[in-house]
Design a binder for this molecule. Structure first.
Ligand code: GTP
Ligand code: MG
Length: 217
């Protein structure tokens, strides 16, 4: 579990926390489950604002997880009813944040496992790839599919990343079922240069069965 507390809401680039040493941002389509995944990872019910109505997160919400280290909940994209002026604002704020924030260590991209790699997700991946920073994909709402339905999607997602030459990783995730929490937390801790938890040290090789096994001494 990651400890975290609300720090600040940012509506303009000039308001970004100046004390930050490292940040991990959560991006994805509206309603994909970004805010829910932050709540699950921090084991809090209402830290990040979750809504059934898409497009509710409009600003960059910063949660402090350790001194000078932040989780950043980004506004979602791809909600058709979002007015054009809001879409432009999203591009200006989120676009310049993702492209120009030196403290941004990595991007967690959340995709609903039932609708992975939409056109906008691919655009974001392509564009963010240029930054040279790593991406970790959560295939969210994995509780909506059976294991035998979700594993092929996981494999296909890995293949898509490899085909496109992205240095990304991908995993299954479910906020309500707490599926995939340790694997995601490990990645975030690495990026933020936080020590791994003891629980995570013990199971360095996640139980996804898809990765080369570590040799235990
Ligand atoms: N079944 C299931 N529902 C989920 C999961 N994650 C999120 N949800 C639901 O999906 C809806 C949207 O979740 P949010 O976390 O608000 O999504 P978001 O990506 O932050 O959305 P925006 O802030 O609007 O861009 C809510 O009704 C959540 O309860 C999940 O893993 N499984
Ligand atoms: Mg949200």
């Amino acid at each position: 579990m990651l400890h975290a507390a609300f720090h600040t809401t940012v509506a303009e680039i000039a308001q970004l926390p100046p004390d930050s040493l490292a940040e991990v941002a959560f991006a994805g389509r509206s309603n994909a489950g970004k805010s829910s995944s932050i709540n699950a990872l921090t084991n809090q019910k209402r830290l990040a604002y979750v809504s059934k109505t898409p497009g509710r997160t409009q600003h960059l919400n910063f949660f402090k997880t350790m001194a000078h280290r932040y989780l950043v909940d980004l506004p979602g994209y791809g909600y058709a009813k979002t007015p054009m002026v809001e879409q432009k604002r999203w591009q200006a704020l989120v676009g310049s944040y993702l492209a120009g924030r030196p403290q941004l260590a990595g991007l967690v991209l959340i995709m609903d496992i039932r609708h992975p790699f939409t056109e906008l997700d691919l655009m974001l991946l392509d564009w963010f790839h240029a930054s040279g920073k790593p991406v970790h994909i959560l295939l969210s709402k994995a509780d909506k599919l059976s294991r035998s339905q979700s594993l092929p999607v996981l494999r296909a997602a890995r293949a898509t990343l490899a085909e496109r030459g992205y240095q990304g990783s991908v995993q299954l995730f479910s906020s309500p079922k707490h599926m995939g929490l340790d694997e995601a937390e490990n990645m975030i801790r690495q990026w933020l240069q936080m020590p791994p938890t003891r629980a995570n040290q013990a199971k360095k090789c996640p139980a996804q069965g898809e990765k080369a096994g570590h040799h235990m001494p």
